[in-house]
Design a protein around this ligand. Structure first.
Ligand code: PLP
Length: 384
């Protein structure tokens, strides 16, 4: 499962989230705009449970855009971004797919092979035809860069591409900065539209600024892009369903129009966004002290996973495995695309009670100091 657990195998509620909840319970930490709306409705602010404005929490969206586009982003200052609160990353992807269907009828979406399986469901249910592009190279267990570039080059001009901004799921393989630059240049030449799914912001390197590099490269090159952001993983708010969909537009006027259309997509589906998760996020990101605590906690989570990758690889090497396990430490994020075959995975399950998807994807969040030796030994036994 793609959910972070600590070194004791237990789910985690971040300390910054606990503190934010204490503050929300004691008062109402909402933006001025939201406060005015609520005051106009003459409700007490304490623990208020009224509807958010259309488009969701203004403060949450504002802070979320800063994380992806940069604190001093000229696009934010120029109000060129149409953005709405979304039902976590899945909801943001789905809303974008619906937007694509409604306003670019006949267009298709290019999806990497492999990808998070729900991407296929999302664009299928939005009735957008899907194409695939090369991404993973099974022999090198790394990026199939030339295959990817060929597919980008051969796609019809102005195509939509789904890109994983960082910590690609399921492979853990990301392009290097240089490769992102080349991809961005080719997108420019082909006038393609990049839609970034950013479900693991901060989880790759432990530093959200570093993990936003792919997006920043595209922004420097002057693309109009779309981004799905989620707080499921990086704040541990899985069940709160808090995220954001943004589309960078040509100017403020276009952004106003696009935002209004996004709101119109949401209205008949769920009308209004959930409040509590958005309050948690805006409380944390709106307070410098809580934000720095969050950054520390994200780094702790990412570092634990990076540490487990190193230990798993070293343990396999110590056991004398003749295979290369370099990819275990080269890949990044919550998942390790181990290269184990479905038959080897079946043996791990039946003989060792170790569970992973049959494509060999290990959720590194499930690996702990206590079980990593057992896991390495079992992998060694089934790959001998
Ligand atoms: N995108 C990718 C690549 C994911 O792996 C996930 C969750 O596993 C999501 C989006 C959506 O996550 P959520 O809807 O919980 O934010």
């Amino acid at each position: 499962m793609g959910a972070y657990h600590d070194d004791n195998g237990k789910p985690v509620v971040l300390e910054c989230v606990r503190e934010a909840e204490r503050r929300i319970a004691g008062s109402s930490f909402i933006s001025c705009e939201e406060r005015i709306i609520l005051l106009l409705s003459s409700f007490l602010l304490l623990g208020i449970k009224e509807y958010l404005p259309m488009g969701g929490s203004v403060k949450m969206v504002e802070e979320t855009l800063k994380l992806a586009y940069g604190d001093d982003s000229e696009f934010i200052k120029d109000k060129r971004i149409a953005a709405v609160q979304a039902l976590s990353g899945t909801g943001a992807c789905r809303m974008f797919a619906d937007f694509q269907k409604r306003f670019c009828p006949g267009s298709q979406i290019y999806i990497p092979v492999p990808t998070w399986s729900n991407h296929h469901n999302i664009w299928r249910d939005a009735d957008v035809p899907q194409k695939t592009y090369h991404y993973y190279h099974p022999e090198s267990k790394g990026l199939n860069f030339s295959g990817l570039m060929d597919d980008v080059k051969n796609a019809p001009e102005g195509s939509f591409f789904l890109l994983h901004a960082c910590a690609h799921n399921p492979t853990g393989v990301d392009p290097t900065d240089e490769q992102w630059r080349e991809i961005s240049q080719l997108f420019k030449a082909k006038k393609h539209f990049a839609f970034f799914d950013m479900a693991y912001h901060g989880f790759a390197s432990g530093d959200p600024a570093r993990d936003a590099k792919s997006i920043r490269i595209f922004l420097e090159d002057g693309h109009h892009i779309g981004i799905s952001q989620s707080y499921a993983k990086n704040m541990g708010l899985y069940g709160q369903r808090v995220g954001c969909l943004s589309v960078l537009c040509a100017d403020e006027k276009q952004a106003v129009t696009v935002k209004s259309q996004l709101q119109q997509l949401a209205r008949p589906m769920y009308s209004n966004q959930p409040l509590h998760g958005a309050q948690i996020v805006s409380t944390i990101l709106g307070d410098p002290e809580l934000k720095s605590l969050w950054l520390k906690e994200v780094k702790i989570m990412a570092d634990r996973i990076i540490g487990m990758r190193t230990t798993l690889r070293e343990s396999l090497e110590k056991l004398g495995s003749p295979l290369s396990w370099e990819h275990v430490t080269k890949q990044i994020g919550m998942f390790c695309y181990s290269g184990l075959t479905p038959e080897q995975v079946d043996r791990l399950t039946s003989e060792y009670h170790i569970y992973m998807t049959r494509n060999g994807r290990i959720s590194m969040a499930g690996v702990t100091t206590e079980n990593v030796g057992y896991l390495a030994n079992a992998i060694h036994e089934v790959t001998k």
